[in-house]
Design a protein around this ligand. Structure first.
Ligand code: PEP
Ligand code: MN
Length: 338
């Protein structure tokens, strides 16, 4: 259920509705909007009696949300969500790039990448310290040592950090080291991990599961939001199909419906989506055209020697060329490069 307040509702009237929701044993989620506040309600197992709320002062309407995902849905919140990181924004007016190596490898690579990105106005560095690898014999990431290198890069350059959390055990450490917590494809339905990041106070980039439907993906976002963390970014990274010309099939066709059904920002990862670096630029431009709010790209000073995912990792010259094209395109899509 969604309680829509009148545009002239007072803070006291909003508080009264929040208290009334709590009194029913339900969880209130105030959602301030441009012109009015709406208050989402979750936690009910059966139907809620609308009349309890309709009669309260300052209430304009009580609306049932028909979708199984509530807080993630556009029914609950009409305006697209904008996330703010100081002067940097992720949302409908910007197109944001997150770039960096697949893994945190060493201090030199991390610093060199952070400096290159900052020099180009790219506000987010990605790199995994905890790596989900198909083979137990592959490099598993630097772990806590890797988080320290990311913290150092952030401190020295001011870049913001996106890094993956694989298990609840490391939640506090990853939350501390990151500006955005990444939840990987393989963990999209790890419900205890989703509940744990629901308690974090950093935005979460939620990758789509290897074969997840849009509804399953939005329900995973709902787990995080139900815990009180409303700052979720969806990230399409390719799904499993019969095709073998690419590592995964980048499903750009999911972007328009994801944006239609949800107010959350949607990103695209053309690196894991293709698995081949020569196809990354085309899919990045297509991501902007699809309506995505940004991209996450694997980039490295020397991709041929990257410790993981080198084949899909672009070099800095390619990154710079892509950036120039994206800046030229952005205006056509009503965005600025964030
Ligand atoms: C990654 O971003 O390096 C990664 C492991 O991604 P995914 O979870 O999409 O495979
Ligand atoms: Mn990778």
């Amino acid at each position: 259920m969604l309680i829509v307040m009148r545009s002239d509702a007072t803070p006291a009237q909003i508080e009264r509705v929040v208290a009334a929701i709590t009194e029913q044993g339900l969880i209130p989620h105030p959602l301030p909007g441009a012109t009015r506040t709406a208050i989402g309600m979750t936690g009910n197992t059966g139907a809620v009696d609308k009349s309890h709320f309709e009669v309260l002062p300052g209430v304009e309407d009580a609306i049932r949300v028909t979708k199984p995902y509530k807080l993630a849905s556009r029914e609950m919140k009409k305006e697209s969500t904008t996330l703010r990181f100081g002067e940097v924004e992720i949302g409908p007016k910007t197109f944001t790039m997150i770039a960096g190596p697949c893994s945190v490898e060493d201090e030199a690579t991390t610093m060199r990448t952070a400096e290159h990105l900052m020099g180009r106005g790219i506000p987010f560095l990605r790199a995994g310290a905890f790596k989900p690898r198909t083979s137990p014999y592959s490099f598993q990431g630097m772990g806590l040592e890797g988080l320290k290198l990311l913290a150092k890069a952030r401190e020295k350059t001011g870049i913001r950090i996106v890094t993956e959390l694989m298990d609840t055990e490391h939640a506090a450490a990853v939350e501390e080291a990151s500006d955005i917590i990444q939840i990987g494809t393989r963990n999209m339905q790890n419900f205890s991990l989703l509940k744990r990041v629901g308690l974090c106070r950093k935005p979460v980039l939620l990758k789509r599961g290897l074969s997840a439907t849009l509804e399953e993906w939005l329900m995973a976002a709902e787990y995080i939001m139900a815990g009180g963390n409303y700052d979720v970014i969806l990230c399409e990274r390719g799904v499993r199909t019969f095709s073998d010309h690419s590592r995964n099939t980048l499903d750009l066709s999911v972007v328009p419906p994801a944006k239609a059904l949800s107010h959350l920002p949607v990103f695209v990862d053309p690196s894991h989506g293709t698995g081949k670096r020569q196809y990354v630029p085309a899919m990045t431009y297509a991501a902007m055209a699809s309506g995505a709010d940004g991209v996450m790209i694997e980039a490295h000073p020397d991709p041929d020697h990257a410790v993981s995912d080198g084949a899909q990792t672009i070099d800095f010259a390619t990154l710079d060329a892509m950036l120039a094209k994206l800046k030229a395109m952005a205006g056509l899509f009503g965005r600025t490069m964030g």
